[in-house]
Design a protein around this ligand. Structure first.
Ligand SMILES: C[S@@+](CC[C@H](N)C(=O)[O-])C[C@H]1O[C@@H](n2cnc3c(N)ncnc32)[C@H](O)[C@@H]1O
Length: 280
């Protein structure tokens, strides 16, 4: 208890009574703001163990990531092979989405105004798409996901789920949402994904759709030191899990230009993450 109090998980009063702090109150299961699922996913052995393989990865002959050194496959092959990891990972992402969409819709709801359709690419079990569909009933929302994720969906609401591969095809929509997708991939792979997104949205000549990215922009939240620390941890995690990376504005801009986009706008209102609207 002393250690947990010292690290800010509990507070202790003069009568030695312990109480929840803001940190631990968001880890209480089944409350409206509950990030416990995300924490459990981040502490899954398949996420933690690959950190032990960094040295072997440095010495390896072109292995993509410490994860692939440890397990001989990539993260998405692992979610396909291992039911427990698939479940824990998807629940973790859903828990983050439930937490984030409250802020997203309150602070950045304007991003979705005027859209008729939106496809959430790699949208997991649909938490974000369902929240957008509820807040904007005139936006027809769909999720493109890998078959191992779509096959587990029990509650669809008014969201359509499409099993597929974003590197092959993205269904047409006014806007494509990419939440926590591009940081999983290297620059060339990001350009391939964004080119598919550009094919899916309305061209500039016909009115112009957009891609809405929710991801880290390194150093975006200069006044809050803890956000910078979290961004650096996330950068390490992406390197270890999938040879991905967190990116600064200049790195993002290069990827957008290489994918054929003309313009972008960053709104840094989601703590360690930002909303980036990218226009053809
Ligand atoms: C980090 S998770 C983010 C999930 C969700 N967007 C969120 O933020 O809660 C990345 C997602 O991309 C999906 N994914 C990975 N490769 C994909 C592919 N080739 N096509 C479609 N989805 C893919 C994974 O199944 C996973 O759900």
């Amino acid at each position: 208890m002393r250690m947990l109090t010292h690290s800010g998980i509990f507070s202790e009063n003069e009568e030695n009574m312990y109480s929840l702090t803001p940190v631990s109150s968001i880890l209480v299961q089944n409350k409206s703001l509950d990030l416990s699922g995300f924490l459990l996913a981040m502490l899954h052995p398949f996420v933690v163990n690959p950190f032990q393989s960094m040295s072997a990865w440095f010495k390896s002959d072109g292995e993509p990531s410490p994860f692939s050194v440890e397990y001989g496959c990539g993260v998405w092959e692992m979610t396909e092979r291992n039911f427990n990891f698939n479940t824990v990972f998807n629940e973790g992402m859903a828990s983050d989405s439930n937490f984030l969409t409250n802020v997203l819709l309150e602070e950045c709801g304007h991003v979705f105004e005027g859209l008729k359709s939106l496809v959430d690419v790699g949208g997991g079990t649909g938490s974000t798409a369902m929240a957008i569909a509820e807040a904007f009933p005139t936006v027809s929302c769909s999720v493109l996901e890998l078959p191992q994720v779509v096959s587990t969906i029990k509650e669809k609401g008014c969201v359509e789920f499409i099993a597929g591969d974003m590197f092959d095809y993205i269904p047409p929509a006014d806007a494509v949402l990419l939440k926590w997708i591009l940081h999983d991939w290297n620059d060339e792979e990001c350009v391939s994904i964004l080119k598919r997104c550009k094919e899916a949205i309305i061209s500039r000549e016909d009115g112009g759709g957009k891609v809405i990215i929710i991801d880290v922009v390194m150093g975006s939240n200069k006044c809050y030191e803890k956000s910078n620390t979290s961004q650096i941890y996330m950068d390490m995690l992406m390197m270890v899990m999938c040879n991905g990376a967190e990116r600064g504005e200049q790195e993002w801009e290069k990827i957008f230009i290489d994918s054929g986009f003309k313009d972008y706008k960053i709104t840094p209102t989601l703590g360690l993450r930002s909303v980036i609207e990218v226009y053809p």
